[in-house]
Design a protein around this ligand. Structure first.
Ligand code: GTP
Length: 395
């Protein structure tokens, strides 16, 4: 394709992107005008090579060392690379994107060598606090490394976004698995918005895969929006439910049960075996009534115990059956492609909103308008219109 045709193609695709954006966010025309003025769409592919060209000698060395170490499976380099993508420093963020792009190219090459099959299986695990997630992951992870797998565990902590506290990170978790040389455990950053955590977790998944981990477990506590975000990052989403029932399960949203490809009732041992069986039966009936997420997979409900090992081999068997079915039907690849698009729109949404909130034309107005909405003096619709008009009329 010659340069002129390539530019036309890029121009067309960027127009499609702009139309899509306008359909999703009608007010986005203000931002698009702004973005167009600053960065013509046809210049997008040039920005990465420009970023590479602008790197200092020392930055080139850092990238080279991290990339080399990462793909050779050095855990220290993986840890440093994840720290880089979590950085809020703007230069480091740019460096992280260059590294990620290199890892993505490496990925594509490896996937081609693997007959187009994904390098790793991404599994999301969610459940209420105390469901037995970390005990299960420790047991399950050890079983997988025993079978020769390389397992990484990324823990997404939703509480860190809202309260600054931590549901997952404070206590020592998975001590044995963290000593296993074929496992890598990492908590998500403890600052920032859910969108930010989504971004870094998605990027950390890619880095783990680049580092040779063929099973990536993404764990989250099912008490916020984070489980929905995690369900949109993984190939398979597993919900862990404790048999105690009652209050613990009150917080479980119907929406998240619909996202589950597999439900595992935990602690199915000793005195808890009977309630575990009861909960399993309840969920088997309940799940028949839910909307199906996949054309070829019927969500299943299992019982597991990380104390006596019941159901742990079976759950892995179910997971691999799911993966193979999804792969041969092409559903897994379609799920991943859709997730890429969701991920991109989540980031755009967050960036556009940040740009809007911080713009000097309206930054000081926001608290005043918000106060009027809270006291009932202004309707939310009118308030939004006023702020958007002030934004569009800037300079
Ligand atoms: N009997 C029994 N107890 C278990 C089992 N798995 C976990 N537990 C117990 O349940 C409690 C909570 O387990 P965790 O693994 O910390 O649960 P979690 O979901 O990771 O909890 P958070 O970290 O608070 O989100 C602990 O006291 C465990 O010992 C199990 O298979 N059987």
């Amino acid at each position: 394709m010659n340069k002129c045709r390539l530019q036309m193609a890029i121009g067309n695709s960027s127009r499609i992107m702009q139309n899509l954006m306008l359909q999703r966010f009608p007010h986005a025309c203000f931002f698009l005008k702004d973005i167009r003025r600053r960065l013509p769409f046809h210049s997008l592919p040039a920005t990465l090579s420009q970023q590479v060209a602008e790197l200092s000698e020392q930055e080139h060395r850092v990238l080279h060392r991290l990339y080399g170490g990462l793909i050779q499976g050095q855990r220290a380099c993986l840890a440093e690379a994840i720290t880089l993508i979590e950085s809020s420093h703007s230069r480091k963020k740019e460096l992280a994107q260059v590294l990620l792009q290199k890892v993505l190219s490496y990925h594509r090459e490896q996937e081609l060598l693997n007959n187009g099959k994904p390098l790793a299986f991404r599994v999301g695990l969610s459940g209420p606090p105390g469901a037995g997630k970390s005990t299960f992951i420790e047991y399950f992870g050890k079983m997988l490394t025993g079978k020769g797998h390389h397992v990484s565990v990324l823990a997404v902590d939703p509480s860190s976004c809202t309260s600054g506290g931590s549901l997952l990170g404070d206590k020592t978790r998975m001590t044995e698995l963290s000593r296993d040389m074929n496992a890598y455990i990492r908590a998500s950053p403890t600052r920032g918005t859910l969108g930010g955590v989504t971004r870094t977790t998605n990027e950390a998944i890619l880095l783990c895969e680049g580092g040779g981990y063929d099973v990536v477990l993404v764990e989250t506590v099912g008490v916020g929006q984070s489980e929905f975000a995690v369900a949109d990052m993984v190939d398979m989403f597993v919900l862990l439910l404790p048999p105690a029932g009652g209050d613990e399960l009150q917080g479980i949203k119907r929406g998240i049960i619909e996202m589950a490809d597999l439900v595992a009732v935990t602690k199915a041992d000793g005195d808890l075996l009977v309630p575990a069986r009861r909960l399993q039966a309840e969920y088997i009936s309940a799940m028949k009534l839910l909307r199906k997420r996949s054309k070829i997979w019927k969500p299943q409900v299992l019982r597991i115990s990380a104390k006596n090992g019941e159901g742990i081999v079976e759950i892995w068997d179910k997971m691999t059956t799911f993966r193979d079915l999804m792969l041969t039907s092409g559903e897994l690849q379609r799920r991943r492609s859709r997730q890429q698009s969701v991920w991109m729109w989540t980031l755009i949404q967050e960036k556009v909103l940040e740009h809007f909130r911080n713009h000097p034309a309206i930054h000081d107005q926001i608290p005043l308008v918000e106060e009027k909405v809270l006291s009932g003096l202004l309707s939310p619709g009118l308030a939004a219109d006023l702020l958007l008009k002030a934004f569009s009329a800037r300079d």
